[in-house]
Design a protein around this ligand. Structure first.
Ligand SMILES: Cc1ncc(COP(=O)(O)O)c(C=O)c1O
Length: 436
């Protein structure tokens, strides 16, 4: 893979930039200057100043096309006027109460209507909490402790789902029966003992492992388009087999739709026609504010029901269903009608195709995976089927880091003194970034 050496064309990268100054300041009060591992980059990140639609301006005045959208959480770009309006209206009425509000009922109703496998919803403040509550619900419902998850799959910052999140060839063991490997230093052995790790998209091996542990498993958690497994969609037969074997053994199937709700008006469950027992939600349903949600069959969700004494799973949370998030989420999801989902799908297909073309034109090793408006770039020509096949070796990782750096440096947008921002000429001609 040949990528020209990075040339810093942006102000952010220059010595003495405001981003460099902020990062120096941050390191004194935040470990490594950072509160979110996923947004760290060496030697320091550009600091965001503002966002409008699909553009972000950093504190140094560099403007870039935002293809991450806060890791897929924003559906209509930055500061959509209707969402801003809904939030301001709600904030003026008060932003947090030790009482429920109207908005949570309206958003729960919208989600239950759209997601085929969701009768009821309970809100949390993050996708990680939603996953945690889904697992607690499954344990309470089944009376079993263990869970099964897929190798490499990310489901947020909760111990049980962090098992085997970032394994490497020296630790990952047999492809058909992956080892349970700790993700952070100090992860208790007892956590590893409670998690069965399954190989993604390998039907026979996964079914065999589920059957082997059937009597002990409360749930299988599955993201149908798992980002860290390379954003490779689950195969239809594989999903159907997992649904069948879990149902046969009274094991609950949890779909993690924190990201995948984005791929269809009825979520991934609508697209793949699979009915999980529990669905974990997050990201887009909060309209740009912190959110999570756990939804599912009414009989399963009854574990949270506080009527008539302590519920099977008590669930508090100072900011659960806070009305600002609910108002933003409601407006966002109402704007996201079938037409908008179609538009997103079309943009996603065009984007993936454009990037594939760039790789071909430049004769670089590269692939793009994804579905709907989701995409992931891989600095390799290998066939990609599962976590192991998408894990980059040292050379590929370096090439990928150079590519990311190059994109950060060259997606600069010239802002003419009169008129709208436009991409540099070389980009305007490419199929990746169209002239607006
Ligand atoms: C599939 C999936 N599940 C769960 C989470 C955790 O969500 P949060 O970051 O809101 O805790 C994420 C976050 O990226 C995710 O991608």
């Amino acid at each position: 893979m040949k990528i020209p050496p990075s040339t810093a064309t942006t102000k952010w990268a220059q010595t003495g930039s405001e981003s460099a100054r902020l990062f120096a300041e941050a390191q004194a009060v935040l470990p490594g200057g950072n509160s979110r591992t996923t947004v760290y980059m060496a030697p320091y990140p550009p600091y965001a100043d503002s966002g409008e639609g699909c553009w972000i301006t950093d504190v140094d005045g560099d403007r870039r096309l935002d293809c991450i959208n806060n890791y897929t959480a924003l559906l209509h770009g930055h500061a959509h006027p209707n969402v801003v309006e809904a939030v301001i209206r709600r904030v003026r009425q008060g932003s947090a109460f030790a009482l429920p509000t109207r908005e949570e009922i309206a958003l729960a109703a919208l989600l239950s209507e759209r997601l085929p496998a969701v009768d009821q919803v309970r809100f949390t403040n993050s996708g990680s909490e939603a996953v945690m509550m889904a697992i607690k619900a499954a344990r309470a419902f089944t009376g079993r402790a263990k869970i099964a998850k897929f190798e490499g799959a990310y489901h947020g910052s909760y111990d049980y789902v962090e098992v085997s999140l970032a394994t490497s060839p020296d630790t990952w063991g047999d492809r058909s029966a992956p080892a349970s490997i700790p993700y952070y230093k100090g992860m208790p052995e007892s956590v590893l003992d409670e998690v069965v790790v399954l190989p993604f998209n390998r039907t026979d091996a996964s079914v065999a492992l589920i059957e082997k542990h059937a009597g002990e498993l409360a749930a299988v958690i599955l993201d149908p388009v798992p980002n860290r497994v390379g954003l490779i969609p689950a195969e239809q037969d594989f999903l159907a087999a997992i649904r069948d074997v879990t149902a046969a053994h009274g094991i609950l199937l949890i779909f993690d739709e924190v990201i995948s709700f984005r791929i269809g008006y009825h979520g991934a469950q609508g697209l793949f026609q699979i009915r999980p027992d529990i669905t974990a939600l997050g990201k887009i349903i909060g309209g740009g504010f912190p959110v999570g949600g756990v939804g599912g069959r009414a009989d399963v969700m009854a574990v949270f029901d506080p009527r008539g004494g302590a519920p099977a799973v008590p669930h508090g949370g100072t900011f659960n269903a806070n009305p600002v998030t609910m108002a933003a989420g409601l407006e966002t999801m109402r704007l996201a009608d079938r037409e908008q989902f179609q538009r997103l799908d079309d943009l996603g297909a065009k984007f993936r195709g454009g990037i594939e073309d760039c790789f071909k034109h430049a004769r670089l090793a590269g692939r793009v995976t994804g579905v709907g408006s989701l995409f992931r770039i891989h600095a390799t020509d290998r066939e990609l089927t599962d976590y192991r096949s998408t894990r980059l070796d040292a050379t590929e990782s370096q090439a990928f880091a150079r590519l990311v750096r190059r994109l950060l440096d060259t997606t600069r947008i010239h802002v003419p003194s009169s008129g709208r921002p436009r991409p540099p000429r070389s980009y305007a001609r490419s199929s990746v970034v169209k002239k607006r």
